[in-house]
Write a protein that binds this ligand. Structure first.
Ligand code: PLP
Length: 287
C-alpha cells in the first residue's frame, strides 16, 4: 500500500487506491483545469491567488464547482506530513459514461489533489539557486493560455526540446513577440528597468509574476508590462523566469549566448531577497 495520500471526490485515500473512470472527460479530452500551489513547512504560499485563478479557469470552461478547497488542501498537506510540498489539484468536467464531445449541465466534476515534495528555495538562499539556460522556440499553443488547462502537449514538447538541447526551460515566441516559458513567466532587465509581457489570452497570469510586480512596486523598482522581442531578450542585462515552486530563477544563457555578464544579476539578487523577506513574514505570521 502506498503511503502517499491523495484526495479524490470527497475522500482522502492512498494513491494506489484512487480510481477514475475511463470515460472521464479530463482523461479523454483534456477537459479539465489545474493548479500547483507550494506549501512551506505546511503553510500555503499565495493560496488565495491560486484559487482565484482556478475560479477564472473553471468559469472559462463553464465547469460549476463549489468546494472548500482551502479545507481540502490543508487537510491533504497535513495527512502527507506537512513540510515542503507542492500541491497539485485538478478539476475535470467529470465522467460522461461514454465518449462524446458534447456535454450537458448534469455532469459532476471530478476533483483530485496530490502532493509532491519540493525544495525549500528560501533555505537554499541566492547562492544555492542555480542559473539556467533557455531555448527560444515557436509558441504552438491555442489562444486561451490565460486558462490553466490540462492540454499541455505543446508545453511538454517545447520543454523536452529544451532539455534535449541542454537547456532547462523553453521560452516561446509568437509572431515576433515573446510570450512565456513552458511552465513559467518571463522577465528581463534593461538599464535598471524590469520588463515582462503584458497580460493577455496569450499567456498565463502567473501568481509569481503578480508577486514580482507587487514587490517591485513596494520596493520602488521601475517596471513595464509590454511586448518583448527576441532582440530585447538578447540585449537584456538580466533575464529571469518565475513560477510558484521556483520563485524567480536567473537565466544565464539564451540559445547558447550569455545573458549580460553571464552571471546572476544584481536586480535578480534584490528580487530574490524581497521574496525571501515575503516568505519570512508568511512563516512568522506577519503577512
Ligand atoms: N506560465 C505557464 C505556462 C505555466 O505553466 C506556469 C506555471 O506552471 C506559469 C506561467 C507560472 O505560474 P505561477 O507563477 O502561478 O506558478
Amino acid at each position: 500500500m502506498s503511503r502517499e495520500i491523495v484526495y479524490l471526490n470527497g475522500e482522502f485515500l492512498p494513491a494506489d487506491q484512487a480510481r477514475i473512470s475511463v470515460f472521464d472527460r479530463g482523461f479523454l479530452f483534456g477537459d479539465s483545469v489545474y493548479e500547483v500551489i507550494p506549501y512551506y513547512r505546511g503553510v500555503s504560499f499565495r493560496l488565495e491567488q491560486h484559487l482565484k485563478r482556478l475560479g477564472h479557469s473553471l468559469a472559462a470552461l463553464r465547469i460549476p464547482l463549489a468546494l472548500d478547497w482551502p479545507g481540502v488542501l490543508n487537510e491533504l498537506v497535513a495527512l502527507n506530513g506537512g513540510g515542503n510540498l507542492s500541491v497539485y489539484l485538478q478539476v475535470t468536467r467529470g465522467d460522461a459514461g461514454r465518449r462524446t464531445p458534447v456535454y450537458d449541465d448534469s455532469m459532476h466534476p471530478t476533483c483530485f489533489a496530490c502532493c509532491n515534495p519540493i525544495r525549500d528555495i528560501y533555505a537554499a538562499g541566492p547562492d544555492g539557486i542555480e542559473g539556467i539556460a533557455v531555448l527560444v522556440t515557436a509558441d504552438l499553443r491555442w489562444h486561451r493560455c490565460d486558462i490553466k488547462a490540462n492540454g499541455l502537449l505543446p508545453n511538454i514538447l517545447v520543454l523536452q526540446q529544451a532539455r534535449e538541447a541542454g537547456a532547462q526551460e523553453a521560452l516561446m515566441i509568437r509572431e515576433g513577440i515573446l510570450t512565456e516559458g513552458g511552465s513559467s513567466n518571463l522577465f528581463l532587465v534593461k538599464c535598471g528597468v524590469l520588463y515582462t509581457p503584458k497580460l493577455s489570452s496569450e499567456i498565463l497570469g502567473g501568481t509569481t509574476r503578480e508577486l514580482v510586480l507587487e514587490l517591485a512596486r513596494e520596493a520602488g523598482i521601475p517596471y513595464q508590462e509590454t511586448d518583448l522581442s527576441y532582440e530585447n531578450l538578447l540585449d537584456a542585462d538580466e533575464v529571469w523566469i518565475s513560477s510558484s515552486t521556483r520563485a524567480v530563477v536567473p537565466v544565464l544563457e539564451v540559445d547558447g549566448r550569455p545573458v549580460g555578464a553571464g552571471v546572476k544579476g544584481p536586480l535578480w539578487r534584490r528580487m530574490f531577497e524581497l521574496f525571501s523577506q515575503f516568505h519570512h513574514r508568511l512563516m512568522t505570521g506577519e503577512n
